[in-house]
Design a protein around this ligand. Structure first.
Ligand SMILES: [Zn+2]
Length: 412
């Protein structure tokens, strides 16, 4: 990463003149360097420098020799970007035009210290004492280092404009080693944290249906344009409540992923309402509303929060994630009538029991590329820790929920 900070320094006439001489000779070298590059059809710094150095050294005897290097570098950069513009059809001339000369400095040509900055000229070094703007101190004090290269330009009224370049190493790319899968459902979301499945109740479907019932009660036989009806409908605040749930969940799961350096794995949801997901609701409008708030809006909330924290999100194919045994690859059979545990099924091969959401979590993990062994026949695989909405809405972190649960278990 690189940031440039401009400093303007008013100097005396003598200093200004010494820098003016440098600028003039530098631009002569720059012209020659560009000319050389054009006739030899090269943009290479090394080739340009090899081609013109000797002659330029003869022409500019007192000019510190490094200015010839930096002018060649400058020429090479200008030729390079001219070529690129030409490639994009955006060059309006047949050669790069030098409109402004900014003299490039390397570590031999300038020295930085907080009380003075020195620049080499034909007649010894000149010293500048700038006042540093706030932005300078921000970079200076926040781990940026001053680059060995800098530039200066001369402005009217004996003013020198210095360009100080700050550098900082790119932050290490986030390389997730652990995955946190999330399974979305109409009344809950499940996550796998430290290999433990947790099921957080959201009651999205229940809440939506409840509001729908109340809405109907308010509007039956009355116009929705009626002021009293409007007021009552507004007071329901269904949207606000659902947004709270989504935001809180997104925050909990993204913070967990951020702190453990994990990636989040989510089902890539189909664009259209998957009929089977909310199949027992007959009203199609209502079904769409439930689908949106439980699945797509929830997914979007997580993705947005993850983006904010730079947590990677991996979207995987959602098909059969809850009907294939993650251990045996066989079918998991759920009782057709539901029985007393409608979300628990039995593996056709191993006969072990699985909770639908837990199966989905392990399958999502697999599809994201995690091949660590899946625990077989543990209590959690068919009876995961289930947390009520009111409780997890107040929790500080997913870990806190798990710790509290362990303490409850120990007391029992
Ligand atoms: Zn199995």
């Amino acid at each position: 990463m690189e940031r440039t900070v401009k400093l303007r320094v008013k100097v005396d006439y003598k200093t200004y003149n010494k820098l003016k001489e440098v600028e003039e000779e530098y631009s002569e070298v720059l012209h020659d360097a560009i000319e050389y590059g054009l006739t030899r059809k090269t943009t290479s710094f090394t080739r340009i420098k090899a081609g013109i150095y000797k002659e330029e050294r003869e022409k500019h005897k007192d000019l510190p020799s490094h200015y010839i290097y930096t002018a060649c570098e400058d020429a090479s950069e200008r030729l390079d970007s001219f070529e690129k513009m030409k490639g994009r059809g955006r060059a309006y001339t047949d050669r790069p035009i030098i409109r402004r000369v900014t003299v490039h400095l390397d570590d031999h040509l300038w020295k930085f210290s907080l009380d003075k900055i020195s620049i080499a000229t034909k007649r010894g070094r000149v010293y500048l004492s700038p006042l540093f703007p706030k932005i300078f101190w921000r970079y200076y004090n926040q781990g940026w280092r001053i680059a060995s290269e800098a530039r200066f330009k001369l402005l009217k009224g004996n003013v020198v404009e210095l360009y100080i370049i700050f550098k900082k190493d790119e932050p290490k790319p986030y390389e997730p080693k652990v995955f946190i899968p999330i399974d979305l459902n109409e009344n809950s979301v499940s996550v796998l944290v430290d290999g433990k499945p947790i099921l957080l109740e959201t009651n999205t479907k229940k809440i939506t249906l409840g509001y729908e019932y109340r809405r109907r009660k308010i509007t039956t036989g009355r116009s929705t344009k009626d002021r009293d009806v409007k007021r009552k409908l507004r007071k329901l605040r269904e949207g606000d409540k659902k947004v709270d749930v989504r935001r809180k969940f997104a925050k909990l799961v993204v913070m967990e992923a951020f702190e453990s350096g994990s990636a989040i794995v989510l089902e890539d949801l189909p664009r259209n309402t998957p009929e089977h997901m909310v199949k027992d609701v007959r009203d199609s409008q209502l079904r769409l509303r439930i689908y949106r708030s439980a699945f797509s809006s929830m997914k979007n909330a997580v993705v947005e929060k993850a983006r904010e924290f730079g947590v990677p999100v991996i979207l995987v194919n959602p098909s059969y994630t809850s009907s294939t045994c993650p251990v045996h690859g066989s079918k998991i059979v759920y009782q057709p009538d539901g029985g007393n545990a409608p979300r628990v099924g039995v593996c056709e091969i191993g006969k072990e029991r699985w909770h639908r959401d837990v199966v989905a979590l392990y399958n999502l993990l697999r599809r994201a590329g995690d091949v660590s062994p899946v625990p077989l026949g543990s209590k959690e695989s068919h009876d995961p820790l289930t947390v009520k909405l009111g409780r997890w809405l107040r929790a500080k972190s997913l870990h806190q929920i798990m710790i509290e649960d362990k303490m409850i278990e120990m007391k029992v």
